[in-house]
Design a protein around this ligand. Structure first.
Ligand code: SER
Length: 317
């Protein structure tokens, strides 16, 4: 059985990806790691404290567990990145380069690294944004992800490192909280709605953004990692789409279940970040190369999240 290392396992994506890969490959074959202390259910012999910037201890962990596959999910997202641009650049870039070098030096079979819609910028065509187009991102997060995509392709072409990547839309899940993104409002809104509180939205009512429910994101990630090497035509990062909606659209979908839900609009600095990103994404390369198809639209996602959160709060009350 192959051995997998997840870096950033306490994060929004890492937490759910770890759980799904453990179901599939066995708990002991998926090593969870993070710079933060593990959540309760991750705290065991298969968790490692890992600072992705410390290449020496990163390499030691890879050797100790005889790792074959790495998912490096450690990153500083768009909104937080603007508060500390130099550190965001350092973590996002050096973390990736360390992973690519370790993959190369230790002959790791496959490596996964996430990119984002943040690689696009204000000059990018907004609707059905193509795979290859004008990028010009204007956040440090977007700049680091675009540079990272170039490094991924470079390591594949120069050194044969089998690195795979997806440009995720805004990811929405309720099991682990996101931190510091511009699309995070679409997670917080469900918690406020269920608590019967007014939701203050940091984006304008009609700000359309590409989004995806976490089960689709996990499925896409695993499908891409399972794909035959010869089917992968994109070695920078694949465009991926599921749905696009605005704060007004999500508020309406919540009101179908919670009619009294109220949202107020108080846009802040994140508005201009959102305004620089696409409305919708053309993901035909992912569909053609590895059969990508999303399962969740806005209505289905809202129902699923509210049902699960209600069940969860029922368990604790
Ligand atoms: N969800 C990310 C962010 O908002 C975009 O990839 O920063």
């Amino acid at each position: 059985m192959k051995k997998i290392l997840i870096i950033g396992a306490c994060g929004q994506l890492g937490y759910e990806l770890t759980a799904t890969l453990r179901q599939r490959y066995g708990h002991e074959n998926v090593i969870a790691s993070d710079i933060n202390a593990p959540k309760m259910d991750l705290a065991d012999d298969f968790f490692e404290h890992l600072d992705v910037l410390n290449k020496k201890s990163f390499g030691e962990i890879v050797d100790k567990h005889r790792i074959d596959e790495i998912y490096n999910l450690a990153a500083i997202l768009s909104a937080i990145g603007e508060k500390n641009p130099k550190f965001a650049w350092k973590l996002n870039m050096d973390g990736l380069i360390n992973s690519l070098d370790i993959a190369r030096e230790k002959k790791i079979n496959k490596i996964y690294w996430p990119s984002s819609i943040a690689t696009f910028g204000p000059d990018t065509p907004r609707d059905l944004t193509p795979q290859n187009t004008i990028m010009n991102p204007n956040t440090v997060y977007g700049i680091s992800k675009l540079a990272g995509e170039r490094w991924c392709e470079y390591y594949f072409l120069k050194y044969g490192v089998d690195v795979r990547s997806i440009r995720y839309p805004g990811l929405i899940g309720y099991k682990a909280m996101p931190g510091g993104g511009t699309t995070d409002y679409a997670v917080d809104i469900y918690f406020k709605a269920l608590a019967g509180q007014v939701f203050d939205c940091f984006l304008e009512k009609d700000t359309l953004l590409p989004m995806m429910y976490m089960p689709d994101a996990i499925k896409a990630t695993i499908d891409l990692m399972d794909a035959e090497k010869t089917n992968i035509s994109v070695r920078s990062s694949y465009n991926l789409a599921a749905m696009s909606f605005s704060p007004d659209d999500i508020a309406k979908s919540i009101r179908c279940h919670l009619p009294d839900f109220t949202i107020r609009y108080k846009p802040d600095f994140r508005q201009s970040i959102a305004d620089s990103w696409p409305n919708s994404i053309d993901d035909s390369a992912a569909r053609e190369d590895w059969g990508w198809q999303p399962e969740f639209n806005l209505e289905k996602m809202t129902r699923d999240i509210l049902d699960n959160l209600k069940k969860r709060s029922g368990q604790f009350s």
